[in-house]
Design a binder for this molecule. Structure first.
Ligand SMILES: Nc1ncnc2c1ncn2[C@@H]1O[C@H](COP(=O)(O)OP(=O)(O)OP(=O)(O)O)[C@@H](O)[C@H]1O
Ligand SMILES: [Mg+2]
Length: 310
């Protein structure tokens, strides 16, 4: 009798645990979906997630990143932009963020100093001092990230991310930790790069959402092939006609699938570019940034790049 009572007690306990775990699973799944959807609708907060924004040089990454940052500034208590090439000054000029140069003095700041500083500034663009070497910038970024992550509700943007989280050499643990565990702390991240092929694999794998533009390098295109679930030729602007592309990734005004393109005006200035947004919930959409500048409060100060007359 005692044994039967014990047996049924254990069975009840096991059943209770199964139900509890099922409930935890359902709530976790709902939470993740809500987060993805907020980005997918392109209208609200990013939620806590990691976004990879990648395209070849000059495609308009920093422009698009600034657009995403602007839309999300009101959604986060704290935003910090690690600005390798000093391209996000427009946010500062529009009064949307504070500006600080990451120079030799700041390179020695501890993560606690950065924590307090970002807490006080709330929305901050840290521009790399133009004399600062990549390695010093990487360790400065590690301290900023370690300090910022502890703030909880924070969006951390890493431009030229292949220098901060490169595939070769050791990536400082706070940087990798932002991609692997940041979400659990409420920290979202946006990794902006022109060289996904040379970026740390763990960081790329931990990005649950992606905005990918055009690439001409074979190494980058094959990296993209490992990330997306459709024909990666879509991301080769030179390819034009592309076979077997899902319908939602066709350009809006055409009936045949062509690869993503960059749009230029008569003076050769970029006025927009095409992207594919995709995330781990299966959401997929082709997007065009032409005309987006009109929606923005801030100006983007990226370089158009100069041709050489021959
Ligand atoms: N949608 C757009 N509307 C207007 N101008 C744009 C748009 N997209 C890009 N540009 C302009 O094109 C130029 C290149 O864009 P951007 O600086 O964002 O490129 P990038 O991909 O970040 O290049 P890099 O890898 O060299 O940093 C900039 O002058 C930018 O303002
Ligand atoms: Mg850029």
């Amino acid at each position: 009798m005692a044994a039967r009572e014990y047996g049924s007690g254990v069975a009840l306990q096991v059943l209770g645990r199964v139900v509890a775990w099922l409930l935890v699973g359902v709530f976790a799944a709902l939470g993740v979906l809500a987060t993805y959807n907020s980005l997918a609708t392109d209208s609200g907060a990013l939620g806590a997630l990691n976004l990879l924004l990648a395209a070849q040089s000059g495609w308009g990454k920093s422009f698009k990143a600034q657009h995403v940052i602007e839309k999300n500034l009101p959604e986060y208590d704290h935003v910090v932009v690690l600005d390798y090439k000093d391209e996000y000054r427009g946010l500062v000029k529009a009064g949307l963020a504070r500006w600080w140069i990451g120079g030799p003095r700041e390179a020695s700041w501890s993560s606690s100093t950065w924590h307090d500083f970002i807490q006080a500034q709330r929305k901050l663009v840290v521009a790399r001092h133009d004399q600062m070497q990549k390695g010093t910038w990487q360790s400065l970024c590690a301290s900023v990230i370690a300090g910022a992550r502890r703030l909880g509700d924070v969006l951390i943007v890493v431009d030229e991310a292949h220098f901060v989280a490169p595939q070769t050499g050791k990536v400082p643990s706070p940087i990798e930790g932002l991609a692997t565990t940041g979400r659990g702390e409420g920290a979202s991240s946006m990794w902006v790069t022109q060289r996904p092929a040379t970026m740390e694999e763990t960081v790329i794998a931990q990005c649950q959402a992606r905005l990918l533009g055009g690439f001409e390098s074979d190494a980058d295109l094959s990296k993209i092939a490992g990330i997306v679930e459709y024909n990666e030729d879509l991301h080769n602007p030179g390819e034009r006609a592309v076979a077997s592309v899902p319908e939602e990734l066709y350009p809006t005004d055409r009936e045949t699938p062509v690869s993503l393109q960059k749009h230029e005006n008569d003076e050769g200035h970029t006025i927009g570019s095409e992207w594919v947004y995709s995330d781990n919930t299966g959401e997929r959409e082709r997007r065009n940034t032409e005309g987006v500048a009109a929606e923005m409060e801030s100006t983007h100060y990226g370089r158009q790049g100069k041709g050489i007359k021959v």
